[in-house]
Design a protein around this ligand. Structure first.
Ligand code: SF4
Length: 264
């Protein structure tokens, strides 16, 4: 069995090893709130259909194609959400499809990426999801649709980790380099591109190497204070921000060994 790592996990580790340890090794539950994702899911599905099922022998779909894709995915949404989604997709169509000479067929839509890495004799499986992967003349562009109301860009360090992890995994899967990670904000029609480079991959390998040492010895999970502390759900267990921290619950005291040690 290998140790599974995703961009989300690696970003959490980079923010604070102690919070990572409590959440992923001691399995303490977090009380983070996740809002309704129904509209976002429906938009993702409609866009996947739009780019996956279009008959690419014809250059550009008309707006009716977008409406058809949307109508297929509106089950369970309220009338307001259906109208909102339709408006969002119309904006997408006029911004990203209507004026193109031809719609480019993507390499893949709505899928999972998987890669492998061996560090410190530990095997890691790199996992991730993507909304769309496009071919460019010199590599790949990974597109991530954002349907939230707020156009909030992630911290540079978090984006760098995400790029590095996808860079590694895509190179193994497609033998192609990632050139851009692009965030496409559906509500505003803005697309923000981040250039990917070999250095991102190297940085991620370094962070995974650092994590591997802690996993192997099961120590060194020190708190790392930062902006994230004010919303950290583990603050009551944390000696860095709480004078008398609550002991970590005993039921979760035994870390689960999730590693396959390759000692060959
Ligand atoms: S409060 Fe800050 S330092 Fe403490 S565990 Fe949470 S993120 Fe880490």
């Amino acid at each position: 069995m290998t140790y599974q790592i995703s961009a989300t996990k690696l970003q959490a580790y980079h923010r604070c090893p102690y919070a990572y340890y409590l959440r992923y090794e001691r399995k303490l539950t977090s009380t983070e709130f996740y809002g309704s994702a129904a509209l976002g899911n429906a938009l993702h599905q409609a866009l996947a259909q739009c780019h996956r099922d279009w008959h690419y022998r014809y250059p550009v779909p008309d707006i009716q194609w977008i409406y058809r894709c949307w109508d297929t995915h509106t089950d369970g949404l309220s009338h307001t959400q259906i109208a909102e989604g339709r408006e969002i997709l119309e904006r997408y169509y006029w911004r990203f499809i209507a004026n193109e000479p031809a719609l480019n067929q993507p390499l893949a839509v709505e899928g999972k990426i998987q890669g492998y890495l061996q560090v410190e004799n530990l095997e890691f499986t790199l996992v991730g999801r993507y909304d769309r992967i496009d071919f460019l003349s010199d590599g790949l562009e990974l597109i991530d649709y954002k349907s939230g109301r707020e156009m909030k860009l992630p911290e540079t360090s978090e984006i760098d980790i995400q790029i590095g992890l996808y860079y590694l995994a895509l190179e193994q899967t497609y033998r192609q380099s990632l050139k851009y990670l692009s965030l496409l904000f559906l509500r505003t029609g803005e697309k923000v591109q981040f250039r990917a480079a070999q250095e991102h991959q190297e940085e991620v390998q370094e962070i995974i190497g650092d994590l591997a040492v802690r996993l192997r010895h099961d120590r060194g999970w020190e708190p790392k204070q930062g902006k994230q502390c004010h919303r950290c759900t583990f603050a009551r267990y944390c000696p860095a921000v709480t004078a008398n921290p609550t002991p970590v619950p005993q039921s979760n005291a035994k870390p689960q060994l999730q590693l396959a040690l390759n000692l060959a």
